[in-house]
Design a protein around this ligand. Structure first.
Ligand code: NAD
Length: 486
């Protein structure tokens, strides 16, 4: 049984009060490690360490900070296989997916922001009144980064990398459900020789460790990715303390398929968009709207392809769909499938728990599920399920599908399939989503603004947006003196 540690002031530490939480392998249902159940005392220590480290880190030339982050990226690459296995074990996702997506992206996050900071420039605003304004973008100080369980190392590093690159010191709180690769990152920080206190990682429950981090008076900003309800609680706690907030929250994303689409690509991508990572990606297209002339053909082909997905041991290279992250999450997904039936839906495939043999007999597996016959306003089509469940809905007109697509409280991503250029632009402009993918899904350029509208979040990550978030803009206005000093 491995006991994970907090990483505070450059040292791997047990939690102050010695309490641990069980960490369950979702593919087997068994406890395989224990994670610190940290509280306010641990957070206090981490924030104090970060405060001590801040002046020197902020004064470190950008090039030297970048070198440190590049070293971390190289170490992630070097340990990629082991990290992918850890991620699959902790989260339940297929190891092949972790190796292809999660771990390379974690390295890329560090590389991207390490090199971005070398190109950062600020604005100047000369005035006709013979004055010059220029903008200083200075690090905030100590910031908090809180991440969820679905893309554990990928999203944790997506926050930490820009924060550190901009010269801040960080206290990170990974999800208590998937803490393992954040702990491994701490080990890599030691190997990389990151100065003590620059990055601190405190494990524990959101309601204890997470809430203590948000409430801490010395924490200047919180970058949070997770559920909408948690985001609201964080906003409530942070607002009276006037902290900067970036909130990346839930989604219920539409995938709109017009009859003129490139059919095979739309079909294949719709399956991926709904079921990759067991449907546990905030950007998944779980509400699939298909133009009526294409509906029956698409439905039948879609279901055939979904039925062919292999549900299996995450460590098996051939697995398409692994375990969902926890027993509680399994129960939530199954309850939504029951609700779909109550709401009048027809389950076309899946709709049940999958029992595997051998090592995975106690695991939390759900058959990829496709449902039709539900209206766009029912709960199953309004609430985030965050599992391998997709619904199919036919539509007749552009206006109608736009109303369906925009008719949820969320506004994270939208996917659109059409060969009609005018329609693509028209809908892209009117869809209420922070990201619109036309004829593709999950194509991510890290320079682009990333985030949601409505209840999917506040603020944007990615590129300069992230570096702006993690800095304070200060305008310096200098009156120019044209007089000759002589
Ligand atoms: P969650 O909100 O339960 O937890 C996220 C993190 O917040 C965890 O580290 C948790 O410990 C912490 N936390 C919980 N309560 C807290 C509190 N009161 N104060 C401070 N921290 C607290 O989310 P989850 O179940 O881990 O993740 C799934 C959710 O994340 C889904 O809704 C999904 O859509 C969303 N998500 C969004 C994005 C995005 O970019 N918009 C990306 C991935 C996941």
């Amino acid at each position: 049984m491995e006991y994970l540690s907090n990483y505070i002031d450059g040292v791997l530490l047990a939690p102050v009060h010695g309490a641990y939480l069980d960490n369950v392998n979702p593919a087997t249902g068994t406890v395989f490690s224990r994670v610190p159940d940290s509280g306010a005392d641990d957070i206090d220590r981490a924030v104090a360490a970060a405060e001590r480290a801040f002046p020197a880190w902020a004064a470190t030339p950008a090039e030297a900070r970048a070198r440190q982050l590049l070293r971390l990226a190289d170490l992630i690459d070097r340990h990629a296989d082991a990290l992918a296995r850890d991620e699959a074990t902790d989260n339940g996702k297929p190891v092949a997916l972790a190796r292809r997506v999660d771990i390379p992206r974690a390295a890329k996050n560090f590389r991207f922001f390490a090199t971005a900071i070398l190109h950062a420039a600020t604005e100047a605003h000369p005035m006709e009144e013979r004055a010059l304004n220029y903008t200083l973008r200075q690090p905030l100080g100590v910031v908090g980064c809180i991440s969820p369980w679905n893309l554990p190392l990928y999203l944790f590093t997506w926050k930490i990398a820009p924060a550190l690159a901009a010269g801040n010191c960080v206290v990170g709180k990974p999800s208590e459900v998937t803490p393992l690769t954040a702990f491994r990152l701490a080990e890599l920080c030691l190997e990389a020789g990151l100065p003590p206190g620059v990055l601190n990682i405190v494990h524990g429950h959101g309601a204890r460790a997470g809430a203590a981090l948000v409430a801490h008076p010395k924490i200047r900003a919180i970058s949070f990715t997770g559920g909408t309800r948690t985001g609201a609680a964080i906003a409530h706690a942070a607002a009276p303390r006037f902290k900067k907030l970036s909130l990346e929250l839930g989604g219920k994303n539409p995938n709109i398929v017009f009859a003129d689409c490139r059919y095979d690509e739309a079909l294949e991508t719709a399956v991926r968009a709904a079921f990759t990572n067991q449907g546990e990606i905030c950007l998944c297209g779980s509400r699939i709207f298909v133009e009526r002339p294409l509906y029956e053909r698409f439905r039948d082909d879609f279901v055939r392809r979904v039925e062919a997905l292999r549900v299996g041991d995450p460590l098996d290279e051939d697995t398409d769909v692994g375990a969902v992250v926890s027993e509680a999450h399994l129960e939530k997904i199954l309850a939504y499938i029951e609700l779909a039936k109550d709401e009048g839906g027809t389950v076309l495939c899946g709709g049940h728990r999958v029992r595997l043999d051998g090592r995975c007999a106690g695991g939390f597996f759900v058959a990829p599920t496709v449902i039709e016959g539900l209206g766009p306003d029912c709960r199953v089509n309004q609430e985030e399920i965050f599992g391998p469940v997709a619904t199919l809905i036919p539509f007749d007109t552009e206006e109608e599908v736009l109303a369906y697509a925009n008719g949820t409280p969320y506004g994270l991503a939208a996917i659109l399939w059409t060969e009609n250029l005018g329609r693509a632009h028209r809908l892209a402009a009117r869809l209420e989503a922070g990201i619109v993918w036309v004829n593709c899904w999950m194509l991510r350029d890290l320079r682009t603004p990333f985030g949601g509208m409505k209840q999917s979040g506040v603020g944007r990550e990615g590129g300069w947006e992230a570096l702006r978030f993690f800095t304070e803009a200060k305008n310096v206005c200098i009156k120019l003196d044209d007089r000759d000093p002589a």
